[in-house]
Design a protein around this ligand. Structure first.
Ligand code: UDP
Length: 440
């Protein structure tokens, strides 16, 4: 085959290319870097002008009541420069508005890693110190995820991801999502009890890492456990289905909180949810930990071929993971005994059952005493996501508590009753529980 070697560029093209490089290196790249700062200056100025009457009133109130306008907190900013984080003196509303002056002055940005104290900065490793090359932010990706209960990775990982991916549009989106997150799950500091009580069911209030560690430890200690995840729909079902309610309230070793609905319910009850410990986010973490600790899994449920696909994908992701067996969830009642035998002969340590609630919990309640798997979990529809059969909602939707809308759009015929009737019904039931507790 004849190959053509490109000849030298003509003079005009060459000059154009040189100027293009000069423009990119001297103007475009620095411009991209100053864009977020420009955004902060413009937005903080606009907000200061819009809120100026409120700011003046708030400052006068602070001065007249406490003799000073601001209280300050010493924090460490960009390039380890100390700065004073401003608040209006006093605890009345609007104290935090003073931070707009920090943003205008350049101490802080609207979006960036959380500002740290000097002690916290001293504890950072050199790799973690990368966050100090950014202006600390009023809103951070980690802060948002923590608020809505999905901050499963460390703050450092989240800060480093932000360092490499910051854009002006991304920042604007994060501010909007943080404000929505505040509406859903923010508010004043609330107590964080170890157990959350919804309609007579105790839900363990814990973190994702603790929940995963606990399951693997149960296997190591050979202590059988039956775990259920509940979302508002499950709790609605439990209000009408005695058998399911009994399983959740007396038989399950642990019931874990699944979804933003529980977070909103906690807010209504005046308590704080530590984390949204749902099965879908827990599953890859359980696979990772099981692979590291030599614990094996059995996947039971979903349509034929789905559990196999999950097994393949997870073993690709965690090569040391042992999946002792898989089986679809469409079988006759009388085949249950044979399936129990299949699971037992696989010698799996942890059994994940994905038939949807309450079917999976009722099946486990009937058979868990015959099963040798130490830990049994009812996990709902998560195999459909990890097999690739159904795409999961994008992170930004999960960050504003809209994963349910995604599922509704995916399967409107099956999901409309669950969400459009179930969500308001759940909130009504929580409100009723709160009212009854208050009247005692
Ligand atoms: N399923 C099953 N056997 C059945 C009924 C359902 O294996 O007899 C599976 C179904 O294929 C799906 C899951 O159970 O993968 C139920 O998913 P759903 O979305 O209802 O669960 P959720 O996570 O909402 O509880």
């Amino acid at each position: 085959m004849k190959t053509t070697i490109p000849g030298p560029l003509d003079r005009k093209t060459n000059t154009l290319l040189i100027w293009w490089r000069v423009w990119v290196e001297t103007a475009a790249i620095p411009l991209l870097e100053v864009l977020p700062r420009g955004f902060d200056i413009i937005l903080s100025l606009v907000l200061i002008v819009v809120f100026s009457p409120a700011l003046v009133l708030r400052a006068m109130l602070a001065k007249s009541k406490l003799g000073k306008v601001f209280v300050t907190l010493q924090l460490i900013g960009r390039f380890r420069m100390p700065f004073s984080r401003l608040r209006f003196a006093g605890n009345t509303v609007g104290a935090e508005l003073a931070v707009l002056f920090n943003i205008l002055r350049g101490d802080m940005a609207f979006v960036g890693p959380r500002p740290m104290t000097e002690e916290e900065v001293l504890r950072l490793t050199p790799a973690q110190g990368i966050r100090l090359t950014l202006r600390p932010g009023l809103f951070s990706p980690y802060g948002l995820r923590r608020k809505v209960g999905i901050a499963y990775d460390s703050e450092t990982t989240s800060d480093i991801d932000f360092y490499y991916s910051e854009t002006v549009q991304g920042n604007a989106g994060l501010i909007a999502r943080s404000l929505i997150g505040d509406l859903l799950a923010g508010g004043s500091l609330r107590p964080t009890p170890p157990l959350l009580h919804f309609f007579g069911i105790d839900i363990t209030n814990t973190t994702m890492d603790e929940a995963v560690g606990w399951m693997v430890k149960r296997v190591k200690d050979n202590k059988p456990a039956f775990v259920a995840f509940v979302n508002p729909d499950c709790l609605n079902i439990a209000c009408q289905n005695d058998q399911y309610r009994q399983v959740l309230s007396t038989l399950a070793t642990r019931v874990l909180p699944d979804g933003i609905g529980i977070n909103i319910g906690c807010r209504l009850l005046g308590v704080s949810l530590m984390a949204n410990v749902n099965g879908t986010d827990l599953f890859p973490r359980l696979c990772e930990k099981s692979a590291a600790e030599g614990v094996s899994l059995f996947l039971l449920g979903s349509k034929p071929g789905v559990a196999e696909a999950v097994s393949l994908k997870m073993r690709e992701r965690f090569p040391a993971l042992s999946i002792a067996g898989v089986r679809d969830g469409y079988f006759k009642q009388e085949e249950s005994g044979q399936i129990v035998e299949e699971i037992n002969s696989s010698k799996a340590d942890i059994l994940l059952v994905a038939f949807g609630a309450p079917k999976q919990e009722l099946w486990l309640a009937e058979h868990h005493h015959q099963l040798n798997a130490c830990v049994c979990l009812g996990v709902g529809g998560l195999f459909d996501f990890y097999s690739g059969r159904l795409p999961r909602a994008p992170v930004w939707m999960r960050e504003i508590g809209l994963e349910w809308t995604w599922r509704l759009l995916q399967e409107p015929g099956r999901m409309w009753r669950r969400y459009l009737i179930g969500n308001p019904l759940f909130l009504y039931r929580v409100w009723k529980q709160k009212r009854m507790a208050n009247s005692l």
